[in-house]
Design a protein around this ligand. Structure first.
Ligand code: SF4
Length: 378
Protein backbone atom coordinates (compact mmCIF):
# COMPACT_ATOMS: atom_id res chain seq x y z
CA UNK A 1 0.00 0.00 0.00
CA UNK A 2 1.19 3.50 -0.74
CA UNK A 3 0.36 6.72 0.98
CA UNK A 4 -2.41 7.67 -1.41
CA UNK A 5 -2.28 11.43 -0.99
CA UNK A 6 1.43 11.63 -1.85
CA UNK A 7 1.20 9.65 -5.09
CA UNK A 8 0.46 11.00 -8.51
CA UNK A 9 -2.99 9.90 -9.66
CA UNK A 10 -4.02 7.87 -12.70
CA UNK A 11 -6.33 9.19 -15.40
CA UNK A 12 -8.62 6.78 -17.22
CA UNK A 13 -10.61 7.82 -20.29
CA UNK A 14 -13.34 5.47 -21.47
CA UNK A 15 -14.09 5.59 -25.22
CA UNK A 16 -17.51 3.89 -25.39
CA UNK A 17 -17.63 2.81 -29.04
CA UNK A 18 -17.09 -0.51 -30.78
CA UNK A 19 -17.57 -1.37 -34.44
CA UNK A 20 -19.36 -4.56 -33.35
CA UNK A 21 -19.92 -6.30 -30.04
CA UNK A 22 -17.80 -9.30 -29.04
CA UNK A 23 -19.72 -12.35 -27.88
CA UNK A 24 -18.28 -12.39 -24.34
CA UNK A 25 -18.21 -8.69 -23.54
CA UNK A 26 -20.33 -6.76 -21.06
CA UNK A 27 -18.26 -3.57 -21.12
CA UNK A 28 -19.94 -0.26 -21.75
CA UNK A 29 -19.95 0.51 -25.48
CA UNK A 30 -22.29 1.26 -28.36
CA UNK A 31 -21.88 0.59 -32.08
CA UNK A 32 -23.31 3.94 -33.22
CA UNK A 33 -20.02 5.61 -34.16
CA UNK A 34 -21.99 8.58 -35.49
CA UNK A 35 -22.05 9.76 -31.86
CA UNK A 36 -18.27 10.01 -31.52
CA UNK A 37 -18.00 13.79 -32.12
CA UNK A 38 -20.84 14.49 -29.70
CA UNK A 39 -19.21 12.26 -27.12
CA UNK A 40 -15.85 14.02 -27.50
CA UNK A 41 -17.51 17.40 -26.98
CA UNK A 42 -19.17 16.05 -23.83
CA UNK A 43 -15.85 14.62 -22.66
CA UNK A 44 -14.28 18.08 -22.95
CA UNK A 45 -17.14 19.49 -20.86
CA UNK A 46 -16.55 16.77 -18.28
CA UNK A 47 -12.83 17.56 -18.18
CA UNK A 48 -13.56 21.27 -17.65
CA UNK A 49 -15.97 20.51 -14.81
CA UNK A 50 -14.17 17.67 -13.08
CA UNK A 51 -12.92 17.83 -9.48
CA UNK A 52 -9.86 20.00 -9.02
CA UNK A 53 -8.43 17.98 -6.12
CA UNK A 54 -6.59 15.75 -8.58
CA UNK A 55 -3.37 17.71 -8.80
CA UNK A 56 -1.09 15.65 -10.92
CA UNK A 57 -1.13 12.50 -12.97
CA UNK A 58 1.60 10.14 -14.02
CA UNK A 59 -0.54 7.75 -16.07
CA UNK A 60 -3.16 8.24 -18.76
CA UNK A 61 -5.04 5.19 -19.97
CA UNK A 62 -7.34 5.42 -23.00
CA UNK A 63 -9.49 2.30 -22.88
CA UNK A 64 -12.91 1.18 -23.94
CA UNK A 65 -14.73 0.30 -25.94
CA UNK A 66 -12.33 0.83 -28.77
CA UNK A 67 -10.15 3.95 -28.68
CA UNK A 68 -8.72 2.95 -32.06
CA UNK A 69 -12.07 3.93 -33.62
CA UNK A 70 -11.08 7.55 -33.05
CA UNK A 71 -9.11 9.35 -35.74
CA UNK A 72 -5.57 10.48 -35.00
CA UNK A 73 -6.84 14.06 -35.14
CA UNK A 74 -9.39 13.26 -32.43
CA UNK A 75 -6.79 11.56 -30.23
CA UNK A 76 -4.41 14.49 -30.62
CA UNK A 77 -7.16 16.94 -29.66
CA UNK A 78 -8.12 14.81 -26.65
CA UNK A 79 -4.54 14.64 -25.39
CA UNK A 80 -4.11 18.38 -25.86
CA UNK A 81 -7.26 18.97 -23.85
CA UNK A 82 -5.97 16.72 -21.07
CA UNK A 83 -2.53 18.39 -21.00
CA UNK A 84 -4.16 21.78 -20.87
CA UNK A 85 -6.54 20.87 -18.04
CA UNK A 86 -4.27 18.75 -15.82
CA UNK A 87 -0.68 18.54 -14.70
CA UNK A 88 0.65 15.44 -16.43
CA UNK A 89 4.12 14.68 -15.13
CA UNK A 90 7.08 14.12 -17.45
CA UNK A 91 7.73 10.43 -18.13
CA UNK A 92 4.10 9.56 -17.56
CA UNK A 93 2.89 6.19 -18.79
CA UNK A 94 0.43 6.89 -21.60
CA UNK A 95 -1.47 3.87 -22.85
CA UNK A 96 -3.96 3.35 -25.63
CA UNK A 97 -5.94 0.18 -26.39
CA UNK A 98 -5.92 -0.86 -30.02
CA UNK A 99 -8.07 -3.30 -31.97
CA UNK A 100 -5.93 -5.08 -34.60
CA UNK A 101 -8.52 -4.34 -37.29
CA UNK A 102 -8.09 -0.58 -37.07
CA UNK A 103 -4.65 0.96 -37.42
CA UNK A 104 -1.68 0.41 -39.72
CA UNK A 105 2.00 1.06 -39.17
CA UNK A 106 1.87 4.75 -40.10
CA UNK A 107 -0.93 5.34 -37.59
CA UNK A 108 1.11 3.66 -34.87
CA UNK A 109 4.14 5.81 -35.71
CA UNK A 110 1.87 8.86 -35.44
CA UNK A 111 0.68 7.68 -32.02
CA UNK A 112 4.28 7.51 -30.83
CA UNK A 113 4.77 11.05 -32.13
CA UNK A 114 1.82 12.12 -29.98
CA UNK A 115 3.74 10.92 -26.92
CA UNK A 116 1.80 7.69 -26.42
CA UNK A 117 4.40 5.29 -25.05
CA UNK A 118 2.41 2.15 -24.26
CA UNK A 119 0.08 0.22 -26.54
CA UNK A 120 -2.32 -2.48 -25.47
CA UNK A 121 -3.28 -4.75 -28.37
CA UNK A 122 -6.53 -6.72 -28.02
CA UNK A 123 -5.37 -9.96 -29.62
CA UNK A 124 -7.39 -12.43 -27.46
CA UNK A 125 -6.31 -15.45 -29.54
CA UNK A 126 -4.23 -16.32 -32.59
CA UNK A 127 -6.56 -19.18 -33.54
CA UNK A 128 -9.04 -18.24 -36.30
CA UNK A 129 -11.83 -20.47 -34.99
CA UNK A 130 -11.45 -19.07 -31.49
CA UNK A 131 -11.57 -15.51 -32.82
CA UNK A 132 -14.83 -16.32 -34.61
CA UNK A 133 -16.24 -17.97 -31.46
CA UNK A 134 -15.36 -14.85 -29.44
CA UNK A 135 -16.95 -12.60 -32.05
CA UNK A 136 -13.76 -10.65 -32.68
CA UNK A 137 -13.74 -8.61 -35.89
CA UNK A 138 -10.08 -9.20 -36.75
CA UNK A 139 -8.09 -12.19 -37.96
CA UNK A 140 -5.02 -13.68 -36.37
CA UNK A 141 -3.01 -12.36 -39.33
CA UNK A 142 -4.19 -8.81 -38.54
CA UNK A 143 -3.30 -9.31 -34.87
CA UNK A 144 0.22 -10.41 -35.80
CA UNK A 145 0.63 -7.52 -38.21
CA UNK A 146 -0.45 -5.01 -35.55
CA UNK A 147 2.04 -6.43 -33.04
CA UNK A 148 4.78 -6.27 -35.65
CA UNK A 149 3.80 -2.73 -36.64
CA UNK A 150 3.83 -1.66 -32.99
CA UNK A 151 7.37 -2.98 -32.59
CA UNK A 152 8.54 -1.29 -35.79
CA UNK A 153 6.83 1.95 -34.72
CA UNK A 154 9.01 1.93 -31.62
CA UNK A 155 6.59 0.75 -28.93
CA UNK A 156 9.01 -0.89 -26.52
CA UNK A 157 6.17 -1.10 -24.02
CA UNK A 158 3.58 -3.26 -25.75
CA UNK A 159 0.93 -5.15 -23.81
CA UNK A 160 -1.21 -7.89 -25.31
CA UNK A 161 -4.62 -9.05 -24.06
CA UNK A 162 -5.46 -12.74 -24.39
CA UNK A 163 -8.36 -14.94 -23.28
CA UNK A 164 -8.11 -18.58 -22.20
CA UNK A 165 -10.47 -21.26 -20.99
CA UNK A 166 -12.77 -21.34 -24.02
CA UNK A 167 -15.07 -24.35 -24.11
CA UNK A 168 -13.21 -27.24 -25.73
CA UNK A 169 -9.89 -25.35 -25.90
CA UNK A 170 -6.88 -27.55 -25.25
CA UNK A 171 -3.90 -26.24 -23.35
CA UNK A 172 -1.73 -26.92 -26.36
CA UNK A 173 -3.91 -24.68 -28.57
CA UNK A 174 -3.79 -21.94 -25.92
CA UNK A 175 -0.04 -22.36 -25.70
CA UNK A 176 0.20 -21.89 -29.48
CA UNK A 177 -1.44 -18.45 -29.10
CA UNK A 178 0.87 -17.57 -26.24
CA UNK A 179 3.95 -18.69 -28.16
CA UNK A 180 2.78 -16.82 -31.28
CA UNK A 181 2.45 -13.61 -29.28
CA UNK A 182 5.82 -14.05 -27.57
CA UNK A 183 7.52 -13.94 -30.97
CA UNK A 184 6.84 -10.18 -30.95
CA UNK A 185 8.49 -9.71 -27.56
CA UNK A 186 5.65 -7.93 -25.70
CA UNK A 187 6.70 -6.20 -22.50
CA UNK A 188 3.44 -7.21 -20.87
CA UNK A 189 0.63 -9.74 -21.22
CA UNK A 190 -2.83 -9.77 -19.67
CA UNK A 191 -4.30 -13.28 -19.71
CA UNK A 192 -7.96 -13.39 -18.75
CA UNK A 193 -10.12 -16.41 -18.11
CA UNK A 194 -13.23 -16.42 -20.33
CA UNK A 195 -16.28 -15.56 -18.23
CA UNK A 196 -19.75 -16.38 -19.51
CA UNK A 197 -21.39 -13.18 -18.32
CA UNK A 198 -25.16 -12.76 -18.19
CA UNK A 199 -26.78 -10.86 -21.08
CA UNK A 200 -23.85 -11.46 -23.43
CA UNK A 201 -24.32 -13.75 -26.46
CA UNK A 202 -22.09 -16.42 -24.88
CA UNK A 203 -23.81 -16.01 -21.51
CA UNK A 204 -27.19 -16.52 -23.19
CA UNK A 205 -25.93 -19.61 -25.01
CA UNK A 206 -24.80 -20.96 -21.66
CA UNK A 207 -28.20 -20.24 -20.07
CA UNK A 208 -29.91 -22.10 -22.92
CA UNK A 209 -27.66 -25.08 -22.25
CA UNK A 210 -25.84 -24.72 -25.58
CA UNK A 211 -22.41 -24.17 -24.04
CA UNK A 212 -20.59 -26.38 -21.64
CA UNK A 213 -18.54 -24.17 -19.29
CA UNK A 214 -15.18 -25.44 -18.13
CA UNK A 215 -14.82 -26.91 -14.68
CA UNK A 216 -13.05 -24.93 -11.98
CA UNK A 217 -10.35 -27.59 -11.88
CA UNK A 218 -9.59 -27.27 -15.58
CA UNK A 219 -9.47 -23.47 -15.34
CA UNK A 220 -7.10 -23.70 -12.39
CA UNK A 221 -4.95 -26.06 -14.43
CA UNK A 222 -4.83 -23.52 -17.29
CA UNK A 223 -3.94 -20.80 -14.80
CA UNK A 224 -1.07 -22.76 -13.24
CA UNK A 225 0.37 -23.93 -16.55
CA UNK A 226 0.08 -20.47 -18.11
CA UNK A 227 1.93 -19.00 -15.15
CA UNK A 228 4.70 -21.60 -15.44
CA UNK A 229 4.94 -21.23 -19.21
CA UNK A 230 5.27 -17.45 -19.09
CA UNK A 231 7.62 -17.45 -16.11
CA UNK A 232 9.82 -19.91 -18.03
CA UNK A 233 9.76 -17.40 -20.89
CA UNK A 234 11.06 -14.71 -18.50
CA UNK A 235 7.85 -12.99 -17.44
CA UNK A 236 6.97 -12.07 -13.90
CA UNK A 237 3.47 -13.14 -12.85
CA UNK A 238 2.83 -10.02 -10.77
CA UNK A 239 -0.97 -10.03 -10.58
CA UNK A 240 -3.59 -12.72 -11.18
CA UNK A 241 -4.00 -11.84 -14.87
CA UNK A 242 -0.85 -9.82 -15.48
CA UNK A 243 2.65 -10.75 -16.60
CA UNK A 244 5.53 -8.35 -17.17
CA UNK A 245 9.04 -8.63 -18.55
CA UNK A 246 10.36 -7.11 -15.30
CA UNK A 247 8.64 -4.89 -12.75
CA UNK A 248 9.55 -1.76 -14.74
CA UNK A 249 7.16 -3.09 -17.40
CA UNK A 250 4.28 -3.77 -14.99
CA UNK A 251 1.28 -1.56 -15.70
CA UNK A 252 1.84 1.58 -13.64
CA UNK A 253 -1.78 2.57 -14.26
CA UNK A 254 -3.40 -0.70 -13.17
CA UNK A 255 -1.28 -0.86 -10.05
CA UNK A 256 -3.06 2.28 -8.84
CA UNK A 257 -6.34 0.33 -8.79
CA UNK A 258 -4.73 -2.35 -6.65
CA UNK A 259 -3.13 -0.18 -4.01
CA UNK A 260 -5.74 2.56 -3.48
CA UNK A 261 -3.77 5.28 -5.25
CA UNK A 262 -6.24 7.97 -6.43
CA UNK A 263 -7.55 7.75 -9.96
CA UNK A 264 -9.92 9.82 -12.00
CA UNK A 265 -12.18 8.18 -14.58
CA UNK A 266 -13.74 10.11 -17.45
CA UNK A 267 -16.41 8.92 -19.87
CA UNK A 268 -19.38 6.60 -19.43
CA UNK A 269 -19.04 3.91 -16.72
CA UNK A 270 -15.63 5.23 -15.61
CA UNK A 271 -14.85 4.93 -11.90
CA UNK A 272 -12.87 7.36 -9.75
CA UNK A 273 -11.34 7.01 -6.31
CA UNK A 274 -9.88 9.46 -3.86
CA UNK A 275 -9.62 9.78 -0.11
CA UNK A 276 -11.77 6.73 0.65
CA UNK A 277 -14.52 7.84 -1.71
CA UNK A 278 -15.39 6.02 -4.92
CA UNK A 279 -17.76 7.33 -7.56
CA UNK A 280 -18.76 6.26 -11.02
CA UNK A 281 -20.32 7.72 -14.14
CA UNK A 282 -23.49 6.60 -15.90
CA UNK A 283 -22.90 3.48 -17.90
CA UNK A 284 -25.43 4.63 -20.50
CA UNK A 285 -23.89 6.92 -23.10
CA UNK A 286 -27.25 8.66 -23.53
CA UNK A 287 -27.50 9.44 -19.79
CA UNK A 288 -23.89 10.61 -19.82
CA UNK A 289 -24.51 12.97 -22.76
CA UNK A 290 -27.79 14.22 -21.27
CA UNK A 291 -26.23 15.16 -17.93
CA UNK A 292 -23.30 16.96 -19.47
CA UNK A 293 -25.49 18.89 -21.89
CA UNK A 294 -27.50 20.04 -18.84
CA UNK A 295 -24.25 21.13 -17.11
CA UNK A 296 -24.56 18.32 -14.55
CA UNK A 297 -21.79 15.94 -13.49
CA UNK A 298 -22.50 12.59 -15.21
CA UNK A 299 -22.10 10.72 -11.93
CA UNK A 300 -24.53 7.88 -11.30
CA UNK A 301 -23.39 6.71 -7.85
CA UNK A 302 -20.81 6.94 -5.11
CA UNK A 303 -19.75 5.26 -1.90
CA UNK A 304 -17.73 6.41 1.07
CA UNK A 305 -15.59 3.57 2.30
CA UNK A 306 -14.96 3.44 6.03
CA UNK A 307 -11.70 2.10 7.45
CA UNK A 308 -13.19 -1.40 7.78
CA UNK A 309 -14.15 -1.49 4.09
CA UNK A 310 -10.80 -0.10 2.98
CA UNK A 311 -9.09 -2.71 5.10
CA UNK A 312 -11.10 -5.50 3.49
CA UNK A 313 -10.23 -4.18 0.04
CA UNK A 314 -6.53 -3.93 0.94
CA UNK A 315 -6.67 -7.57 2.05
CA UNK A 316 -8.56 -8.70 -1.05
CA UNK A 317 -6.39 -6.72 -3.50
CA UNK A 318 -3.14 -7.64 -1.76
CA UNK A 319 -3.89 -11.34 -2.19
CA UNK A 320 -4.22 -10.82 -5.93
CA UNK A 321 -0.74 -9.38 -6.42
CA UNK A 322 2.62 -11.08 -6.15
CA UNK A 323 3.93 -8.14 -4.15
CA UNK A 324 1.36 -9.09 -1.54
CA UNK A 325 0.53 -7.21 1.63
CA UNK A 326 3.16 -5.05 3.31
CA UNK A 327 2.51 -5.81 7.00
CA UNK A 328 4.09 -2.63 8.32
CA UNK A 329 2.16 -0.40 5.95
CA UNK A 330 -1.04 -2.28 6.76
CA UNK A 331 -0.42 -1.74 10.48
CA UNK A 332 0.27 1.97 9.99
CA UNK A 333 -2.76 2.46 7.81
CA UNK A 334 -5.34 0.43 9.70
CA UNK A 335 -3.87 0.28 13.22
CA UNK A 336 -4.09 -3.49 13.26
CA UNK A 337 -1.67 -6.36 13.08
CA UNK A 338 -2.68 -8.78 10.36
CA UNK A 339 -0.51 -11.56 11.78
CA UNK A 340 -2.26 -11.27 15.14
CA UNK A 341 -5.69 -10.92 13.60
CA UNK A 342 -5.46 -13.81 11.13
CA UNK A 343 -2.47 -15.71 12.50
CA UNK A 344 -3.91 -19.29 12.59
CA UNK A 345 -5.55 -18.91 9.16
CA UNK A 346 -2.36 -17.57 7.60
CA UNK A 347 -0.33 -20.40 9.14
CA UNK A 348 -2.78 -22.88 7.62
CA UNK A 349 -2.39 -21.25 4.20
CA UNK A 350 1.36 -21.17 4.55
CA UNK A 351 1.43 -24.89 5.32
CA UNK A 352 -0.82 -25.53 2.32
CA UNK A 353 1.58 -23.59 0.08
CA UNK A 354 -0.89 -20.81 -0.68
CA UNK A 355 1.03 -17.89 0.85
CA UNK A 356 4.57 -17.04 1.93
CA UNK A 357 5.13 -14.92 5.00
CA UNK A 358 8.59 -13.39 4.90
CA UNK A 359 10.43 -10.06 5.01
CA UNK A 360 7.39 -8.27 6.41
CA UNK A 361 5.08 -9.32 3.57
CA UNK A 362 2.28 -11.84 3.06
CA UNK A 363 2.59 -12.94 -0.54
CA UNK A 364 0.34 -15.33 -2.42
CA UNK A 365 2.18 -18.15 -4.16
CA UNK A 366 1.19 -19.18 -7.69
CA UNK A 367 -1.25 -21.70 -6.17
CA UNK A 368 -2.53 -18.97 -3.83
CA UNK A 369 -3.16 -16.55 -6.69
CA UNK A 370 -5.13 -19.29 -8.46
CA UNK A 371 -7.63 -19.24 -5.57
CA UNK A 372 -7.08 -15.67 -4.34
CA UNK A 373 -10.71 -14.62 -4.67
CA UNK A 374 -11.90 -17.46 -2.43
CA UNK A 375 -9.05 -16.89 0.04
CA UNK A 376 -10.04 -13.25 0.42
CA UNK A 377 -13.51 -14.29 1.56
CA UNK A 378 -12.16 -16.28 4.53
S1 SF4 B 1 -14.25 -6.78 -25.97
FE1 SF4 B 1 -13.56 -4.72 -26.50
S2 SF4 B 1 -13.92 -4.58 -28.75
FE2 SF4 B 1 -15.15 -6.29 -28.01
S3 SF4 B 1 -17.18 -5.40 -27.58
FE3 SF4 B 1 -16.01 -5.39 -25.66
S4 SF4 B 1 -15.09 -3.38 -25.56
FE4 SF4 B 1 -15.74 -3.72 -27.69
Amino acid sequence: MVSEESSAAGLYVHIPFCRSRCAYCDFCSVTDTGLIERFLDALCTEIDACPKEFERFDTIYMGGGTPSLLSLRQIKALLEKIYHAFLVLPDSEITIEVNPADWGRDDLVALRDLGINRISVGVQSLDEKELVFLGRRHSSRQAMRTMEDAVVAGFTNMSVDLIYGLPGQTFSRWQDSLAGVLRFGPAHLSCYELELKPHTPLGLQYERGELEPRTEDSLRDFFMRTSLFLEDAGYLHYEISSFAAGMDKASRHNRKYWDHTPYLGLGPSAHSFRGGRRWWNHSSLIDYLRDLSAARQPVSGSEDLDQGQLRLEAWFLGLRTRKGIDLQQYRRRFCCDLLEEKGPLLKEWETAGLVEIADGFIRPTRAGMAVADSLALL
